[in-house]
Design a protein around this ligand. Structure first.
Ligand code: 2P0
Length: 321
């Protein structure tokens, strides 16, 4: 009863920020993402009759702060399999954890895939989508590769790939501006936004329009229309964050400099746009032929620590132990 899985983080072009149901960790809005092939989480799950609870070692250290959502996911998996034993979970990221690079998305996608395999459940069972979502609202998106749509319906989440990586090759350059963890987690931050930002209700009311329009852009493979829409949706989410009390200011001056550099490139006709999540890193999405220029431009922005670049990745999958 041991299995390993790998999964890639994803970055949302149309964002999720806020929950319809906090206890169930049900997002208030759908989202659209790209899976990042250049970053990777690997997780091993081993059920052990001698354990009295699930354990987690993350990046070589015990992670007691993760125990609540880890256990919630594992309970759902045990119920699905009709199994009662506990498991030792070992997980590692090849990128900074908890720093706005979606480590919880790849982490919970890899966890449910590995745990399902260890329990004899088909790792592609659609019920794993909602179980991954218990761990993290963005995790179902990392179960799939390429361009992925998540929608919320009937108290649950539905998630499916819109295009495989080969159907619309895109590339992503991630400008890492700091390797440290963020001060306020997404989970806490989005709940504070729901409770305090006067812009939150407008964000929710307008969101389906952005999601529908983005799905059309993807269907048409209209890069520049998607670029304008994704930047607009990103800045709208950050407007909600900034008007939260206390304010959620995830950007640093380097973040803003990267965003302006990307905007200047696009003004010159380069097919690239930015998006920024709950952290100071900037993700630049581009057509593959522009990747070298985009990486060079971001690398030259003072304060950028490193640039991680690659093409879109595949969905979570079982890996050899
Ligand atoms: C997103 N983010 O759509 C948005 C944009 C961050 C900003 O989904 O509470 O780690 O575990 O569901 O999934 C980050 O939130 O939060 C996120 P939980 P999660 O990518």
């Amino acid at each position: 009863m041991r299995a390993s899985a790998i999964a890639h983080p994803n970055v949302a072009l149309i964002k999720y920020w806020g929950k319809a149901d906090v206890a169930a960790n049900l997002p208030a809005v759908g989202s659209l993402s790209v899976t990042l092939g250049a970053l990777c989480t690997e997780t091993t799950v081993e059920f052990d009759a001698g354990l009295k609870r699930d354990t987690l070692v993350l990046d070589g250290r015990e992670a007691p702060g993760e125990h609540g959502r880890l256990t919630a996911c594992m309970e759902a998996l045990r119920a699905l399999a009709g199994h009662t034993g506990y498991a030792a979970v070992t997980s590692g990221n090849d990128f900074p954890t908890g720093a706005g690079l979606a480590s919880s998305a790849s982490g919970y996608a890899a966890l449910v895939t590995a745990a399902a395999a260890a329990l004899g459940i088909d790792p592609h069972d659609p019920r794993l989508i909602d179980i991954a979502r218990i761990g993290s609202g963005s995790a179902p998106r990392s179960l799939f590769g390429g361009i992925v749509l998540l929608t919320v319906a009937a108290g649950g989440t539905v998630c499916r790939p819109l295009l495989a990586p080969a159907e619309w090759p895109l590339a992503v350059a991630v400008a890492v501006t700091t390797e440290g963890p963020k001060a306020v987690t997404s989970r806490d931050g989005m709940e504070q936004s729901r409770l305090t930002s006067p812009f939150y209700s407008a964000w929710i009311a307008d969101h389906a329009n952005d999601l529908d329009a983005a799905v059309r852009c993807v269907g048409d493979r209209d890069f520049f229309a998607l670029a304008a829409l994704a930047e607009y949706n990103c800045l709208k989410m950050h407007s909600v964050m900034l008007t939260t009390r206390p304010a959620l200011m995830y950007w640093s001056p380097v973040t803003l400099a990267c965003m302006q550099r990307v905007a200047a490139l696009r003004a010159d006709g380069v097919p690239v746009f930015f998006t920024v999540d709950a952290g100071p890193q900037v993700k630049a999405v581009c057509l593959p032929e522009a990747l070298a220029e985009v990486v060079g431009a971001l690398h030259d922005v003072p304060g950028v620590v490193r640039v991680i670049a690659g093409e879109l990745g595949a969905g979570a999958r079982v890996a050899p132990c």
